[in-house]
Design a protein around this ligand. Structure first.
Ligand SMILES: Cc1cc2nc3c(=O)[nH]c(=O)nc-3n(C[C@H](O)[C@H](O)[C@H](O)COP(=O)(O)O)c2cc1C
Length: 241
């Protein structure tokens, strides 16, 4: 049976972003493995922040009072076997767009508090258990810049009846925009992202080898910082600063 795979991209750059460069490869791999992939771009959707009224738990169980594009996304989430959040790192976490979207998944939870792994959690209205993965990239050089984002995603899974099945984390991600510079290294990263998509569909997990290959150092730290600072100096000079 085909695996229903929902990929939600929360970058304001959508298909023009670095996150999407990884997402595109990942989706190619997932489709090669037979998945049915639905990609949603939050920069094309109108989703307002949660009002915190809990109407979705009491008066209209499972349904939010706000009438916007989130309703269609909740429906897709109900049926997804695999859910992938694709977001760059913004201020050490997910983007605001991604956070608003995740907050608005609260209608999929029930109000009572139960225990999961000895922690207080809400039961999910999703009958299906699904796999969850995150695709991300960030501007800084070190891979530990994803620590808080990964922790957040793991906790999100505890509520959502989802199993954290791995991640694609690309530090010094903007380097991917310059394939002429580090062609061999970038090719390896993109191939690993594609393999990760296949693995998630076929084996239900992304292998450590693929995760490590996606996160591999492409440019040494000092050289990267010098190149980035040169870029920003040039941008300032262009406007006479
Ligand atoms: C508002 C804002 C906050 C950011 N915060 C971080 C950060 O905390 N750490 C980091 O390494 N990069 C940070 N970045 C850099 C982005 O993660 C980086 O530019 C990334 O390549 C953008 O991905 P995209 O092209 O898919 O949107 C930030 C960028 C913006 C615009």
């Amino acid at each position: 049976m085909k695996k229903n795979t929902l990929v939600v991209n929360g970058s304001p750059h959508g298909k023009k972003g670095v996150t999407y460069m990884l997402q595109r490869q990942f989706v190619r791999g997932a489709e090669n493995a037979g998945a049915e992939v639905d990609e949603v771009f939050l920069n094309k959707k109108k989703i307002s922040p949660c009002l915190g009224c809990f109407t979705c738990w009491i008066q209209t169980p499972g349904n939010c009072v706000i009438r916007d594009d989130q309703a269609e996304l909740l429906e897709k989430l109900l049926w997804a076997d695999i859910f992938v959040l694709a977001t760059p790192v913004y201020v050490d976490g997910i983007t605001g767009q991604s956070k608003v979207f995740l907050d608005r998944t609260v209608p999929l939870l029930k109000p009572e508090i139960t225990f999961r792994e000895d922690h207080c959690r809400h039961p999910s209205r999703r009958n299906k258990a699904s796999k969850f993965a995150v695709i991300s990239n960030c501007g800084f050089h070190e891979v530990d810049n994803f620590d808080s984002l990964v922790m957040h995603c793991r906790k999100f899974c505890l509520n959502m009846n989802a199993e954290y099945a791995g991640h694609l984390l690309r530090p010094h991600g903007p380097v991917l925009r310059y394939p002429e510079m580090m062609a061999g290294e970038i090719k390896k990263v993109l191939e690993a992202a594609e393999k990760a998509g296949e693995e998630l569909v076929r084996q239900g997990r992304i292998s450590h080898a693929s995760m490590e290959a996606v996160s591999a150092e492409i440019v040494p730290k000092r050289a990267y910082v010098e190149a980035a600072n040169f870029f920003w100096r040039q941008e300032l000079e262009k406007i006479g600063q």
